[in-house]
Design a protein around this ligand. Sequence first.
Ligand code: WTA
Length: 724
Amino acid sequence: MRESGKQWVTEEKEEATEEDGGESRRVYWPTAEMKEKAYFSDERIYEEASRDPEGFWAEQGRALIDWFEVWEGRKEGKEGKEGEKVEEGKVVELNPPYFKWFVGGKTNLSYNCLDRHLEERRNEAAILWVPEPENEPQRVLTYLDLYREVNKFANVLKGLGVKKGSPVTVWMPMIPETAVVALACQRIGALHSIVYTAFAPHAVRERMEDAGSKILVTADGFYRRGKKIELKNRIDEGAVLEKVGAECCVVVRRLNREGREGKGEDSGEGEDSGEGEGEGEGEGEGEVAMKEGRDYFYDELMKNTPFSYCDPETLTSDDISFLLYTSGTTGKPKAVMHSCGAYSVGVALTMKLVFDLHPTDLFWTTADIGWITGHSYALYGPLLAGATTLWYEGAPDYPNPSRWWKIIEENAVTVFYTAPTAVRALRAAGEKWVAGRDFSSLRLLASVGEPIDPDTWRWFFEKIGERRCPLVDTYWQTETGGILLSSLPGVGPFVPGVAGPALPGVRFDVLDATGEPVKVGESGYLVVKPPYAPSMLRGIYKNPAKYLGEYWSEYGAEIYFAGDGGVKIGREIGGQPLIKITGRIDDVMEVAGHRLGTAEVEEAVSSLEEVAEVAVVGKPNAIKGEVPALFVVLKDKKEKAEMDRKIVKAVREKVGPVATPEVAYYVSDLPKTESGKIIRRFLKGLVRNEALGDMTTAQNPECLKELAKATEYRGPQKIPGYKV
Ligand code: WTA
């Protein structure tokens, strides 16, 4: 490639020694070449956008998305002469905590990802799919291929009775059909609800029940770490479809395609998969049982549907385009609702701002489609940008820890987006897996999901980015739909361990407990202020109270409370402070970059009859960031190994392998307030070796001695009766 191996970043001249928590760090900036290439390279964009956020978004909304009808009040066809303001209608309508963007605009996400690109890019690759088995060929779907498949499957869904607004639950792996299913839902205005495949069938059931979904689209299975992980058979074993009264189930044959017989491997083993849960019962190799009149094979439905155009449903900018379940501070996961046009504008803008994605780029997000990063940046974002998105089916370390690096090299990936946990794990596997690989195609690296520590940042930047590529740390959430905070590749700076400034057009801040913005160096809570960002959630499906309670009550209904902590580090760009994200301040864990609620794990464990009480906290882990640690009070004394096994099994069955606990401490009591509430702050302090704080707030502080012993506490606090 012409651009191969170019130097896209430069180190700050005067060796910067930015003091932040005692750490000195080097700072990087884009080179002239990067500035020239980038869509955005002038830092004045920050000031322009904050002077007039509505005008900024209106301009982006017009430029990035095709609208069937422009938003209300805008005088169609009226172009502003130079210096003359174009008359705009309602770009945003605020009614906190509710808000609308591009009010009354009409569009469709599938149309914007596919149809509008056909004229210029019909034969360009939309998806490049890399299967896990190395002897299986990669697949390319051009924009035309994808368009045709999506139209067909949209008609299939209609034929199955799926309507605008119907929830469609999807439990599918990283295979191209998953993209087809999602885009087909968009086309007809149905709401996909995609569930991560490392969650358990039980989790699928709960999400179908909560949404009232009557249709499941799944696969026979997929490959992970050389094993076959079954899906449909496990749904059947759990009688999920019967229990939720599903009317229809569509099954993609991934393992057992025509002409490809499954070989006698076991299924479902391995760390991240459904160990012991994957084996099909009584069915032949890779076979699945199909119930007449309810279950259909995807390939058969498609074969019997000749290509015919399916009119994209006209949706308003704020109509709901999909649901995605995520963990909150309490109770079961809840379905975040995302909008159609406004979400599209937000995501499409970040493709340019943060990833500087050009149509010729090959973009690889390693996130699974079951998470928001998979939605916004493996699927919709790159297609909105008309680029090529790479989807990889399997594990990063299969058949060895060089697999990802090999994929980058062989396919000439240009922009690579992953999570710190994966980088740490691949680094720990040894330098030899990276050595000798050619990363010259890369232009940009990006990180998401948890804070990236400076040490991991540097390794990623040096070994994979070859000290040539900017590394942007992107902060956002399922709820925000798209990135809210990151340095821009064409503007900089890139500071190891610091996410960066809020994106242009986003009013972001860090507040103290009283609601005042924090001073430099002080930590506080991350918030978004009006007019918010177009890509942000539109509510919680069927649960408005939860929407208010989780996000709009800490500082009142006008301020979005993210649940994360942050620090302004004392540097600015374009008048915006650079912010270091310190992590969740609530009971949400980030396990290997995956968001999990302590409440879900607790519920699974307390379902065991031996368990009297349980509390789960995130324990720091060198690779995964955090892992679930359990404090368990048993009704009667039990053998530890046996209890450990039971607990692991319960969590894997109820939540999924992704939530497998790392350690259980069996103790006789948990610290509680006078009103009987478990004081998690103490438990967190114990597993993190941090100060616990005022112990007199507990009615039973004497139990801390036993807990400190169990966790081998080495923190600063003196705990009566306990010695290190
Ligand atoms: C965390 C993932 C630090 C944060 C997109 C947030 C981060 C949660 C970063 C959302 C980052 C995400 N630095 N922490 N760059 N990105 N987080 O909903 O705690 O799966 O609230 O969305 O991940 O996780 P979610």
